[in-house]
Design a protein around this ligand. Structure first.
Ligand code: DSN
Length: 423
């Protein structure tokens, strides 16, 4: 796109400084190998839907039951999103209004627990999420969070520990799912434990929603009372969230989202979620989901062959968690060096990490974004080689080597245009 034809002409005219930043971000997303497992590229259609005049409406309430007039179109937009979510995931009820994953999870607590109640989830340093009852989060301060983890020897969830804890503590709510779990979540096992202990089971599938929709990960629907998900990770939609549940919980969930926690829904986001759900129901999305997993497995194999230590020894999904202790490079140093090499990752704690969360031992990577650009298993040896060289360069402080990788990455990525980008 030329300077005479800016991508966002009105924005460029009104606020050239901001337009230049958006442009720079677009270029960065085009040139780099984005390996953060919770990020993706949305389609041009999703981008367009999220930038519409739906932005201009207030719509407190739900379709047919609003507190503002003028909802003729908004009601239909939200109903489309709800129906598409119900059909794609095979659920009784869907609420598409949560602003993001953390508010969605807060709404679950509001629906099923009282302040001071015991709640249970996976500990953050073990791969859980802040909102699963971790101490620094409101969910760990307003509730009594009890936390389970993974075994130290194999990085897998210890279901004996989960059962024992649930039976002893009798939590109101059990969360399963997380942000750094490279293995298939056994929803059936969690369902049994929740039933035995009398808890509401919440499956937080934010990371794997797209894999579930595409048939590349088992669905929690038969086992979970509530399913919480963001819409912008493997699902490849806008930044938003959904809560899905059995009919018996529909009222409680809706009441908790609005008026319990939120005000007006972000209608432009609801529209973009509807578009993403339509895309996720296409046969091509099944291929996408399968490729995300195939790429992650191939990348894990290539990294193992290069001597990397992977938590749990590999992956079943879109995500790989590397413990860089044997490479003698802290996760943060490696992540920052890889960023300079055009490879975008995030530093992450590993289970039983002796280092602090702001300076941990690990790096978390994933394949949703590179798969959206069309990279396949045939590219994963190259990706592993760049990571290996990048980590070695980080250890030596070799900026020249990082610059060389950056040029190679940009050259490959130029051949694989990203959805939604024009550069
Ligand atoms: N921040 C998200 C992630 O990166 O996994 C979780 O909320």
């Amino acid at each position: 796109m030329t300077a005479e034809q800016p991508r966002h002409p009105a924005l460029a005219a009104t606020d050239p400084e901001l337009a230049a930043l958006v442009r720079a971000e677009e270029q960065l997303q085009a040139d780099t190998l984005r390996l953060i497992p919770s990020e993706n590229y949305v389609s041009q259609a999703v981008l367009e839907a999220s930038g519409t005049v739906l932005q201009n409406k207030y719509s407190e309430g739900y379709p047919g039951r609003r507190y503002y007039e003028g909802q003729q179109n908004i009601d239909l937009v939200e109903t489309l999103a709800i129906e598409r979510a119900r059909s794609l995931f095979g659920v009784d009820h869907a609420n598409v209004q949560p602003y993001s994953g953390s508010p969605a999870n807060l709404a679950v607590y509001l629906a099923f627990a009282e302040p001071g109640d015991t709640v249970m989830g996976m500990a953050l340093p073990m791969g859980g999420h802040l909102t699963h009852g971790w101490g620094v989060s409101a969910t760990g301060r307003w509730f009594r969070g009890v936390q389970y983890g993974v075994r130290q020897d194999d990085g897998r969830i210890d279901f004996d520990q989960v059962r024992e804890l649930a039976m002893k503590e009798r939590p109101k709510v059990i969360f399963c799912g997380g942000t750094a779990l490279p293995r298939t979540i056994d929803f059936a096992a969690f369902g049994e434990i929740a039933q035995e202990s009398g808890a509401v089971l919440v499956a937080d599938v934010a990371h794997i929603a797209g894999l579930i929709a595409g048939g590349a990960h088992p669905s929690p629907v038969p086992y979970a009372d509530v399913i919480s998900t963001t819409t912008h990770k493997t699902l490849r939609g806008p930044r938003g969230a959904m809560l899905m549940c059995r009919e018996e919980h529909a009222k409680a969930v809706d009441k908790a989202v609005f008026p319990g926690l939120q005000g007006g829904p972000h209608n432009q986001t609801t529209a973009a979620i509807a578009v993403a759900l339509k895309e996720a129901a296409l046969p091509s999305f099944r291929t996408y989901a399968e490729s995300v997993v195939a790429n992650a497995k191939a990348l894990a194999e290539a990294l193992l062959a290069r001597g990397f230590d992977l938590v749990s020894g590999g992956t079943d999904n879109h995500l790989i968690l590397m413990d860089l202790t044997p490479k003698e490079v802290p996760g943060k140093v490696a992540a920052k060096a890889l960023d300079r090499a055009g490879i975008v990752v995030n530093y992450n704690t590993v289970p039983y990490d002796p280092r602090k969360p702001f300076d941990p031992s690990g790096v978390r990577i994933g394949t949703p974004s590179l798969t959206s650009r069309g990279l396949g298993v045939e590219h994963m040896a190259q990706v592993a080689e760049w990571i290996d060289r990048g980590v070695a360069a980080a250890a030596k402080g070799d900026e020249e080597a990082l610059a060389a990788i950056r040029a190679e990455v940009a050259e490959l990525m130029a051949a694989y245009p990203a959805p939604g980008l024009t550069v």
